[in-house]
Design a protein. Structure first.
Length: 83
């Protein structure tokens, strides 16, 4: 599931114009993306997985992998098992 979440984050970041190569250890500070772009990326992930990601979860995540872990922790158990 984590890999799917990372792929989703990557897709939404690319849609927001991030041109940096994105991997799980890529830091958000290195992406040259503004806060609106980050919020839009989170909204896209929330819509895709039908979850809510609290601001505290993504504002304290320093890289893509940390954010993916926080999102995975929010996933309903049955969804995480199905993936």
């Amino acid at each position: 599931m984590r890999d799917q979440i990372i792929a989703s984050i990557t897709e939404h970041l690319k849609n927001e114009g991030v041109q940096t190569e994105i991997a799980e250890d890529t830091r958000f500070d290195d992406m040259n993306i503004d806060s609106l772009g980050l919020y839009s990326m989170i909204a896209g992930v929330e819509d895709q997985y039908d979850i809510i990601v609290p601001c505290a979860d993504f504002t304290c995540a320093t890289n893509v992998g940390e954010l993916a872990d926080k999102i995975a922790d929010r996933m309903p158990e049955q969804v995480a098992r199905a993936a």
